[in-house]
Design a protein around this ligand. Structure first.
Ligand SMILES: O=P(O)(O)O[C@@H]1C[C@H](O)[C@@H](CO)O1
Length: 285
């Protein structure tokens, strides 16, 4: 196979994990920057650091601990990625999504992707949460799609339709969750744009992404969502808006990763409440 990973490599990682944990999750959750606190509520937790899983890539970004956490949340058997991988860390795009392929091989059928993101839509506020309705795969549009390279049909089809990437039923359930928890004022829905990072956007780039129809921007998630859909998983995505992108030179402020992590901490309880209730209300086969 061209860009990888091979089906055999993914199966071998999954076999290694299955030999070491008793839980058999159907739902996977990827914790975005600063959002790993979700893992603290996992009951009967079994924890595998990425560094202890043969050939598994490791996280290098502050706010991403680099552990798989297996256990029970809201009565559902789950696996959490407490820390994801980004291409700006030096990984080729396909390598950042090995954990998603491994989750599928472990038996996961539904995946929740969370991220920290900048707000492009001027109606958004820092601290809002955006249900991802659609995405713009900027790396993909410029030739760096995560599915680039030889295709192994055991994973999925060569050509993938992506119009329905984010599951409508899960989005509807999540909207009700916001209502039920009295958090509707924080709820947004829109289009997430993936950039490669690690630079935050210039003013001109933010204006471009806005003109493209983007509502939030980040450095992850899209490749994971595409790979998950390639393997037939159900995908849900949620962005925590941690900063607002600058659309004017007059108001240009300097976004920092520390600011992103701080807002993640500030909103940790609300985010946790939403994801846990969504879990509770989600039926898995
Ligand atoms: O892993 P996510 O997408 O939540 O992380 C975002 C994008 C960068 O990794 C980082 C920037 O602060 O947060």
């Amino acid at each position: 196979m061209g860009d990888g990973p091979s089906f055999e490599e993914v199966s071998s990682i999954a076999q290694n994990i299955l030999g070491r944990v008793k839980h058999r999750p159907k739902i996977g959750i990827v914790c975005g920057s600063g959002l790993g606190g979700l893992a603290d509520d996992v009951q009967d937790a079994e924890i595998l650091p990425y560094s202890e899983i043969p050939t598994f890539p490791v996280s290098t970004v502050p706010g991403h601990m680099g552990k798989l956490v297996f256990g029970i949340l809201e009565g559902k058997t789950v696996v959490l990625m407490r820390g994801r991988l980004h291409c700006y860390e030096g990984y080729p795009m396909w390598k950042t999504t090995i954990p998603i392929r491994v989750m599928k091989a472990l038996g996961v059928t539904t995946i929740f992707l969370t991220n920290a993101a900048g707000g492009i839509n001027p109606d958004f506020n820092v601290g809002d949460m955006m249900i991802i309705r659609d995405h713009i795969d900027l790396p993909g549009l410029t030739g760096e799609c995560v599915l680039r390279g030889a295709n192994d049909e055991r994973f999925g089809p060569r050509f993938l339709a992506t119009v329905d990437t984010y599951d409508p039923e899960l989005r509807a359930t999540c909207k009700k969750v916001f209502q039920d928890l009295g958090l509707s004022q924080l709820m947004r829905e829109g289009t997430y744009v993936m950039i490669g990072g690690p630079t935050f956007e210039t003013v001109a780039e933010s204006r471009l992404l806005k003109a493209f129809g983007g509502d939030s921007v980040g450095m992850s998630t899209v490749a994971e969502a595409i790979v998950a859909r390639h393997m037939g998983m159900r995908v849900f995505g949620l962005s925590l808006i941690t900063d607002m992108c600058c659309l004017s030179y007059d108001t240009a402020n300097h976004t920092t990763h520390e600011e992103v992590l701080a807002i993640g901490q500030k909103r940790a309880e609300d985010l946790k409440a939403i994801v846990m209730r969504l879990l509770k209300d989600t039926t898995v086969e």
